[in-house]
Design a protein around this ligand. Structure first.
Ligand SMILES: Cc1ncc(COP(=O)(O)O)c(C=O)c1O
Length: 385
């Protein structure tokens, strides 16, 4: 299906609402039935009926149809945050006594879910170095039901060979889930590589303006139906209609934003790679990166995140550099218009366990600003180190 058609038309029933170009926000909790027969029908087919907004809402449906099509999935189900989508997808695949294999360094709350939350309910997880797919195989036990991927990972941008991991999963009768937020639905298509369920934090690129939170799970009709009937309806972490409307608006400009972000990021990375005060740039699209070929093979393009290791032994110097930046904001959630840094040094505090990432690692996100404007800012910040 053509991306332009998906973004501009798919799922929109404009004759139903005066041919308005932008769909209405169906700001309602209830949908009335005129007869008991109609209500009976809706209750029997709840996953596709408009009965109550904790189940379905027409504005949310438009969004779900578009994201499913962009991912090449049969169906999608939207949530109020990315982590709600991650949690529902994982919960739908495990029960007490099961075991999950996950790549090391996933998004922090995914890590907490797997290693602190789920063990309370008898589900165990093993974290592996996912850069070698065989490590997934080695960690599989008789009770393993799920292989979880996040490619690239959030801070260190390690890739998993998606096709290789899904092949291992099929041999062992395991489900695969990938967090595809880094790539957005445009830069990587995991379903084509055999992944069962694809998750996004829509708070990131899909929303694109740092003004809305959301999540989505895409996958086969039957799996999404199961998530709807069990995890979705009981946990209630729904996407609000107005937030769905903002995410539809975000999708309209996703291709132009992603193209801009990809090109600007390469320009900024190119500057940093050559800078004498930068020890290393972690960015899989650099030809010197050990997974460059895999990145070329399984991704369509880079996105805006990468990390650097600043060439210093002093945390004060890291602080100085970060505090000196004028145009990069310091914040956690990327994918918006604004460029950002997230220094690991911010997690180095006396009252917390020492992070397993070095203090001189700084994650970057390049947004929609002029790349030269950003490079000037980096130049003056690095000058101070
Ligand atoms: C890779 C990744 N997955 C999931 C999430 C969770 O998304 P949300 O913050 O929308 O709950 C994040 C958030 O930062 C993320 O970076």
């Amino acid at each position: 299906m053509d991306i332009s058609y998906i973004i501009n038309q798919l799922g929109e029933d404009r004759e139903q609402y005066f041919n308005a170009v932008s769909p209405p926000v169906f700001q309602t909790s209830n949908f009335a039935s005129r007869t008991i027969a109609e209500m009976r029908f809706k209750l029997q087919h709840e996953e596709e009926s408009y009965l109550y907004t904790r189940g379905n809402n027409p504005t949310v449906t438009i969004f779900e149809k578009k994201v499913a099509a962009l991912e090449g999935a049969e169906h999608a189900i939207a949530f109020g945050s990315g982590i709600a989508a991650v949690a529902a997808a994982i919960l739908s695949q495990v029960k007490a006594g099961d075991h999950v294999v996950c790549t090391q360094h996933p998004y922090s709350w995914t890590n907490t879910l797997l290693n602190k939350f789920l063990p309370r309910f008898g589900v165990e997880a093993t974290m592996v170095n996912g850069t070698d797919a065989e490590n997934y195989r080695r960690a599989i036990r008789p009770n393993t039901t799920l292989l979880y991927l996040e490619s690239p990972t959030s801070f260190t941008f390690e890739l998993q060979d998606i096709a290789a991991v899904t092949a291992i999963a099929k041999e062992h009768n395991c489900t695969t889930i990938i967090d595809n937020s880094y790539a957005s639905p445009l830069h990587q298509h995991p379903i084509k590589m055999g992944v069962d369920l694809v998750v996004h934090s829509c708070t990131k690129y899909i929303g694109g303006h740092s003004d809305v939170m959301g999540g989505v799970v895409c996958g086969p009709q039957q799996s999404i139906k199961r998530i709807f009937e069990q995890d979705y309806m009981t946990l209630g972490a729904i996407l609000a209609p107005h937030d769905a409307w903002l995410l539809i608006r975000g999708l309209r400009t996703l291709p132009v934003r992603m193209a801009r972000v990809a090109a600007s990021t390469r320009q900024v990375v190119d500057y940093l790679v050559r800078h004498p005060k930068v020890e290393k740039v972690l960015f899989p699209f650099l030809p010197s990166h050990p997974q460059y070929e895999l990145a070329q093979k399984q991704m369509r393009n880079n996105s805006g995140q990468f990390s650097i290791l600043l060439k210093t032994q002093s945390i004060e110097k890291v602080d100085l550099f970060c505090n000196s930046l004028q145009h990069f904001l310091m914040a956690a959630s990327w994918g918006g218009h604004e460029s950002l840094i997230f220094p690991v040094a911010a997690n180095y505090t006396d009252d917390r366990p020492k992070p397993d990432l070095p203090f001189n690692l700084i994650r970057f996100y390049v947004g929609l600003e002029d790349p030269e404007y950003l490079i000037q800012d980096l130049a003056q910040g690095l000058e101070k180190v």
